[in-house]
Design a binder for this molecule. Structure first.
Ligand code: UN1
Length: 513
């Protein structure tokens, strides 16, 4: 990794000195056990970050709560100005941060840069939004009365993010929460703690330059036990959590038990429908990037292809050919398409999915396997695999965070494909490849895809930040990023003002004294 300038990147991000026992400063509340971060790229130890104890957590909470007081009073466009500067800092540090994402998480350098670009994009979006936190005005039924609604900051927003988008998902939440006047406490995945530290340094430098308390952005570290401190804490009105369905159910129940709000971005089981009117070339590019991009570790990754029987053999052959051309290896080396999985546990899950699909009667048409030898010493590199399967296989119903693609066949009209597409518990992303207007509109209609994201002639992954991002059913129902997703970060207040000398009651109720 050294030849790819990792040391230089760490230096530019101010995290070259992280070692066991060293304080990382900068609102990283940690005096507990160290979390070691090993790169899946080459297995090297990148650094160690202290985890947050109960006492540290209290300190973070107090720091955040205090920072909220001045921050909520700052006019939203001024908060937008801080976010603008944050976006500019990210532009300056795009290469080193993209490199760290690639090295600590394992996605390709191009995708690491893309992830930082998503952060920059959401900052730009949030800057504009800071002048558009609009409420409605209503007509009162009473004479001389005015009624309107306004949005106020919520307070402390708790962010729990996953390893696969170690920086962008935090930025989606934080950029919006900041312009809304909230302060954030972030617990990144314990698999990518250095990305968390790097982001915290960037946020802290911008806050400091503006004479603002760093408590506006607090970082805590640890496993699910630290997450539990947040979900059970009534001082956190909103928990935004990204991760597995299993995790989401635990978080949702803990937050609901105290009647808090949660924003959940959980698993996907995303499909592309390939109809007789699909453009084969576009289908192959969309499906392959969707299935093997980020080594199949996006919540939007393509897991299933639902192919019309008339196209099945053609698509299958084209995919097998495309997969034979994939280069798997160090993701910092731009000639490679596919990097490693996050860790060896993920490799074990991948292997068990391949075993299960065969046990259930599926057939591997592109055999997978774990790569060994020079360049693959970390043990995290696997070959993307394709299996012919049925939608009702248990393993097909389940999200495996790895590059395993299932081919499913349909016959008859597009509604049969839509039924298969919707026949899973998850509801994040979906796509149809067709040049047929009727098929496309059926897919997008209320009787079509049941997902939060439905695309035509685009794959399932790679959403832009301008739209609301999230999904239905067990994906959790939350929406982040663009459109009006900001509303969940604020509390709505309805105000009725009487400017007369009378006090008429609503609904015409008479009450004379
Ligand atoms: C995720 O995998 O958690 O749409 C987020 C995409 C990216 C975000 C994925 N923009 O694939």
């Amino acid at each position: 990794a050294m030849e790819f300038g990792i040391n230089d990147a760490l230096k530019k991000l101010g995290i070259q000195d992280i070692n066991l026992g060293t304080s990382t400063g900068s609102n990283n509340f940690g005096s507990g056990e160290a979390i070691a971060s090993y790169s899946p790229v080459d297995g090297a130890l990148i650094g160690k970050v202290k985890s947050t104890t109960k006492t540290d957590y209290e300190q973070a909470m107090v720091t955040a709560t205090q920072a909220f007081k001045p921050w909520r009073k700052m006019p939203a466009p001024q908060r937008g100005e801080v976010v603008r500067q944050f976006g500019n800092k990210l532009r300056e540090l795009k290469e080193p941060l993209g490199k760290l994402v690639s090295y600590e998480m394992g996605k390709s350098y191009q995708e690491g840069l893309g992830e930082v670009q998503e952060m920059i994009d959401i900052c730009d979006f949030a800057v504009g939004l800071s002048r558009q936190l609009h409420g409605l005005t209503m007509h009162s039924e009473r004479p001389g009365h005015r009624m309107y609604e306004q949005y106020h900051p919520l307070g402390v927003v708790g962010i729990i993010s996953a390893f696969n988008f170690p920086v962008a998902v935090w930025a989606w939440n934080t950029a919006l929460a900041w312009v809304c006047g909230d302060v954030c406490i972030w617990k990144p995945s314990e698999k990518t703690p250095l990305c968390g530290i790097a982001c915290q340094h960037i946020a802290a430098s911008v806050l400091k330059a503006n004479g603002l308390p760093e408590g506006i952005s607090c970082l805590i570290n640890g496993d699910y036990k630290v997450g539990e401190m947040m979900t059970q804490d009534p001082r956190i009105p909103l928990i935004s959590a990204t991760g597995s369905i299993r995790m989401g159910k635990i978080v949702a129940q803990a937050v609901a038990a105290r009647l808090g709000k949660s924003l959940l971005e959980l698993g996907g089981n995303n499909a592309i429908i390939v109809t007789p009117d699909a453009d084969i070339k576009m289908t192959v590019i969309g499906a392959v990037f969707g299935a093997v991009g980020t080594a199949g570790q996006r919540c939007t990754s393509t897991r299933r292809l639902i192919i019309h029987e008339s196209m099945y053999e053609t698509v299958k052959e084209a995919l097998v050919k495309a997969y034979s051309q994939l280069r798997i290896g160090n993701p910092l080396d731009e000639k490679n398409h596919v990097g490693p999985l996050i860790d060896t546990d993920a490799v074990a899950n991948y292997q068990s999915a391949l075993t299960k699909v065969v046990e259930e009667g599926g057939k591997l048409i592109v055999e997978g396997g774990v790569l060994e030898g020079a360049g693959y010493e970390s043990g995290c590199y696997v070959k993307p695999a394709i299996a012919e399967a049925n939608n009702d296989f248990e393993i097909v119903q389940h999200e495996t965070f790895a590059p395993v693609l299932y081919l499913l066949k349909y016959s008859g009209d597009v509604n049969n494909a839509i039924e298969i597409q919707n026949g899973v518990v998850q509801g994040l992303s979906s796509a149809i490849m067709t040049n047929n207007l009727r098929e496309a509109e059926n897919f997008l209609s209320c009787a079509g895809s049941d997902c939060g994201i439905a695309n035509v002639n685009i794959g399932t992954s790679g959403a832009e930040i301008g739209g609301a991002f999230g999904g239905e059913k067990e994906t959790g129902g939350g929406r982040e990023s663009g459109s009006d997703a900001w509303k969940v970060y604020m509390r709505r207040q309805t105000n009725t003002i009487n400017y007369t000398t009378e006090l008429p009651l609503a609904q015409g109720i008479k009450f004379d004294l």
